[in-house]
Design a binder for this molecule. Sequence first.
Ligand SMILES: [Mg+2]
Length: 397
Amino acid sequence: MKIEAIDLFYIALPKITRTADGTQDSLVVRVRTDNGLEGWGECDASPLVSMTAYVMPMSHSNVINIREALLGETIDSPEDVIRLRKKAGEYGLDIQQLDHAVAGADIALWDVLGKHLGEPVWKLIGHNVSFKKLPYASVLFGDNPAETRAIADSIVEREFRAAKFGWGPMGRGSLADDIALVQAARDGLGPDEKLLIDAGIIWGDNVDAAYERAVAFADLGVTWLEEPLRTEEVGAYKELSERVRANGVQIGIAGGEGADFYRVADDMMTNAGLDFVQIDVGRIGGITEAKRVADRAHELGIQYVNHTFKSHLSVAASIHVFAGYEEFDLTEYPAGDSALILGLTAPTGVFRDSEGLVQAPDTPGLGVEANLETISQYQRHVKIEIDGAVLFESSQP
Ligand SMILES: [Mg+2]
């Protein structure tokens, strides 16, 4: 089959706030083929900047847009998707947003290929089995311990057995303030549920501040401390991880969502001493690149976990990536109430079974469809024009 169209949809809630909530807007990508099939994908980066990478005029031989690389191409096998991902990378070699932007198309290409061949994406990318994963409800801290406690209570009511709290006031007050937040989360979840903490890069390169929290949070049975430091502070991560291990502190160090492309993830896995590497399929360049990281993590004995704070379209894409690795048994599962989490796909609440576990299904492609009504409802109209020539204009899905 041939790629006939690549459609871009910028969707956003009516009001965007300055919370660390990535579910307020999105760039959704649809690939249509000449045999009437369509695949869907989603990017996790500034939607308009990414959209431009699909349509902007050529600057020179290494700045050619993604549409130009993909339209009219043949896609009949996994090798074709890998070839096209490489081609888009070569056309956009000097487009710094390339990996973020092309992620949506890459996911959509795997989806449409799966539908064409009647196979789930996890099989096409080389897995033999799809193992069940424990989803952790991923939420932001409340503004104080009481609000955090209420959020934890609601997670238990929704029958999640694991939860991650992040960002918000964490690290913005004293050590005692941080402990009170984590204690509230633990009190709400109860002693047995898995609790993960995301510091949202708040301590920058300050290993001492991060280590103090690691020790205190370990006492509250926290499984991992995520992004205590900025992604580029690889040396500081290493120092922190080594100090935690040398002193027998029972907590893992997690990071990696800031990995913009494969090489950053590899650097973190090799040099930061991570226990968990967290990869966003909608940032790092799609399923093709995320699978490379999962394979490398498996070789190195580091646990791969998806980073996902977008819709369940991204949740679905993420789970296929590491479906076949039994030891990668946790999956991030956005559990907020944004209409874009809840409404963008059908089914919503993807792949959760009666035991509360999540498994990439046998359905061809990703196993979810985009909900066109939600896209219509939240779509922002975009027109990109140069000297009167229209490069892009939004259309109805
Ligand atoms: Mg995070």
